[in-house]
Ligand binder design. Structure first.
Ligand code: SF4
Length: 213
């Protein structure tokens, strides 16, 4: 085993990059607390991935592609898999499949982490990849440039630190929450508002004291 895998050096799941990019608290709920809630978004996401696994998407037609392949980077401590990797003349080209439409760069971080793994595994340069959004049935091409690489490496280290500390970040309680599968376990409107949380805690202890007396 590599020296880097010493005690306290946590392996980061590639999928955690997207969760962290969307909301660090969502990432911690899934990867620290092992919470997973199915909702309409995750169910549609699973169906989208089933289509990839069955090779039932026409987007890659004519380009040789590997589907559902395991990925890793010993150097960065990453593990996960790619939905598809097209083997193009210009080099490997990862493709990630998402339900819904594009919201920010969260999925780009995941795609970049896949690219970093492919570069280490294959010794080839990965300069581009794509995210296919099922809701709009469109590919969004992503350049794996220095800026995205830097953001991805920073997120990997922040996730590793969060996993090591077993820490649950505060809830931002903003527009992201209504699309989040974990809203019912996260309770952002309660934990994101300290005054409301204190009021509910007070009410809880009041009822407990009344019952016990
Ligand atoms: S409900 Fe909101 S704060 Fe909670 S994990 Fe989801 S996005 Fe983050």
């Amino acid at each position: 085993m590599d020296d880097e895998y010493s005690e306290g050096w946590w392996e980061v799941p590639i999928s955690a990059l997207e969760h962290y990019g969307y909301c660090p608290r969502q990432c911690a709920l899934i990867h620290v607390e092992q919470t997973y809630e199915e909702n309409v978004f995750t169910m549609r996401g699973s169906l989208a991935h089933d289509r990839v696994d069955s090779g039932d998407d026409a987007a890659n037609r004519g380009v040789p592609a590997l589907r559902g392949i395991p990925l890793w980077s010993d150097k960065l401590g990453l593990r996960g898999r790619a939905d598809a990797v097209e083997m193009r003349e210009g080099g490997p080209y990862p493709v990630e499949y998402k339900i819904g439409r594009r919201r920010g760069i969260a999925a780009d971080l995941q795609l970049c982490a896949q690219a970093l793994c492919l570069e280490e595994m294959l010794g080839a340069s990965v300069t581009k990849g794509a995210i296919f959004y099922h809701e709009v049935r469109k590919r969004h091409e992503v350049r794996i440039d220095e800026d995205l690489r830097g953001r991805t490496l920073k997120a990997i280290e922040e996730i590793r630190e969060m996993l090591g500390a077993q820490r649950l970040p505060d809830a931002p309680n903003d527009a992201r929450c209504k699309h989040c599968s974990l809203i019912d376990v996260c309770l952002p409107s309660v934990v994101g508002e300290p005054d409301r949380l204190r009021g509910l805690q007070g009410a809880l202890w009041y009822h407990y004291d009344v019952k016990e007396s």
